[in-house]
Write a protein that binds this ligand. Structure first.
Ligand code: ATP
Ligand code: MG
Length: 230
């Protein structure tokens, strides 16, 4: 499992807008090498989440192209894309089933050890074990009774369990306290080399560990560098 199967994530002169609306991304190009940890930063409305949505192919660019490993996203099957890309958004989706079922999402062949490892990496294992039925605890009201941070960590564990080659995180640590955030940041750092991660964040503590920082402004990337360079 040491060799990343995706060489790189690239946008090539991508321009995009929603529907008939104005251009939201304007001639955006970037290159994220396999196994690296990149962050998207920049002001609200600058297009960071939109860029992630294009990487998941929720939409296609108006102009330009997006490639994974040199392969145009438009030539990839939806199944292959869903297998390769793990996503955690701010609004996480839990359903009324046990914790275990929420983590495994109907996939078979997941061992107890793998599930626990993912939960530990997301800093949620101890919380789960403190619940009366542990991993068999039912989640009710789609998780409304859990804290935002708990929902977030369950969602991160679920994504890690899928072992995606590409992991997209949109402000996932915003609902977390600093200690939990630090733990998740360590986990993301530990994925370097095997997972290509893009994290949208406002937190300096998340940025310092990034290999590459892309600064968005008004639909363009205006700066690229490491934390030291910027
Ligand atoms: P934030 O830091 O607030 O999350 P962001 O950098 O992620 O901001 P986006 O969510 O990508 O910004 O939004 C970029 C622009 O696109 C904004 O002007 C926003 O209003 C617009 N936009 C986002 N989603 C849609 C949509 N589904 N339909 C139309 N316009 C949209
Ligand atoms: Mg956003």
């Amino acid at each position: 499992n040491m060799l990343p199967l995706v060489d790189e994530i690239c946008m090539h002169n991508v321009t995009f807008g929603y529907g008939d609306g104005p251009d939201i991304l304007k001639n955006v190009s970037f290159h994220i090498p396999a196994g690296s940890f990149a962050t998207f930063v920049g002001s609200s409305g600058s297009g960071k989440s939109t860029a992630l949505q294009l990487l998941m192919r929720f939409y296609d660019p108006r102009e330009g192209s997006i490639t994974f490993d040199g392969v145009d996203l438009r030539k990839m099957s939806e199944k292959s894309l869903r297998e390769q890309v793990g996503v955690v958004f701010q609004d996480t989706f839990l359903f009324n089933a046990t914790v275990r079922e929420n983590l495994q999402m109907g996939r078979s062949g997941i061992t107890e050890e793998e599930m626990i490892a993912a939960a530990k990496a997301a800093n949620i294992h101890e919380t789960i074990m403190a619940w009366p039925q542990g991993y068999d605890t039912p989640i009710v009201q789609e998780g409304a009774s859990l804290s935002g941070g708990q929902r977030q960590r369950l969602s991160i564990a679920r994504s890690l369990l899928r072992k995606p080659k590409i992991l997209l995180l949109d402000e996932v640590t915003s609902a977390l306290d600093p200690s939990t955030e630090g733990h998740i940041n360590q986990t993301i750092e530990g994925l370097k080399g095997t997972t290509t991660t893009i994290s949208v964040t406002h937190r300096l503590s998340s940025i310092v560990h990034a290999d590459l920082i892309f600064v968005f402004h008004d639909g363009r990337i205006v700066e690229i560098g490491s934390h030291k360079e910027l």
